[in-house]
Write a new protein. Sequence first.
Length: 343
Amino acid sequence: MISSGFLEFNGAVQVYNHACDSNPHNVSLISLPVIRKGFDSDVRLFRRGICSMRNFRLSDVCATPQVSIMNHITPVSDWNSDDSMRPSIETALILIRHGESMWNEKNLFTGSVDVPLTRRGVEEAIEAGKRISNLPIDYVYTSALIRSQMTAVLALIQHRCKKVPIIIHNCNEQAEAWSQIYSDEARKQSFPVIRAWQLNERMYGELQGLNKQEIAKRYGEEQVHEWRRSYEIPPPEGESLQMCSQRAVGYFKEHIEPHLQSGKHVMVAAHANTLRSIIMYLEKLTSRQVIGLEVSTGVPLLYIYKEGTFMKRGSPVGSSEAGVYALTRNLALYRQKLDEMSC
Ligand SMILES: O=C(O)[C@@H](CO)OP(=O)(O)O
């Protein structure tokens, strides 16, 4: 039997594995060289629900076969009950703008019009999924528009945990009843995908379906730039970023932030302007600063939520995972657990 746990040695937390044969006292540590070198030194052991923190020697591990068996990465909210040892809640928030849509390709104002992805958009979503395939995700939010849902589903099926994205249908009682899942296991092995119209692209009013370049020629670059990027100025009969922000950030605060606060990891697949308004909130940007904020199609952005603040973890343009996201300790542990499960 192989089991694993967390150890902290000289300030570095590591996941370790140990293999037990039929004699439960016969434990060999198989992936923690630092323990092999220094098992007589004091090592701090975290054990879920058993003790908070204590000094121990390798012989202690051997004498306690029940030690640290963990079937999955422990959510931070489940760490031991000793408050002095409990790490503060730290959760991941992934934001992805949908991949290229068929109207992005034609350079048309899209807004609330429900347009699917292009082949390139599909590829962007798959690539985005690969980039986040090692990150923990408990809940997925998309807009009510197909381009964000296609992106979310295509990205999620790349995830290494192999969970099944399941679209939640709760718009009325019958839809909810008819889409019930009666297996706890099947529910556990799924990503709940929650759709919310509040995350839809901002409504572009009378510009929807018109070509951006032609509109710029007709009304002037400056005017069109104001319609597209300013905070307060709405396009004709459409929503300003400020109006869009009221519903998108309002929804984020009411439905998404509470998950992050309770130790759950969340992915949001949405649109250029709903994400601009959410990023404005996360990064406390001013209405002037948000003018320069652009969000590319199909590029996942990672934020860590901790103690009421959001920290951006790197720019996802590097060629390697390390170059893409600076993983926190908890995220590195999650990734390591996925590695163990797949070998
Ligand atoms: O057309 C749209 O709906 C949006 C996003 O594609 O365009 P813009 O970048 O001008 O806000």
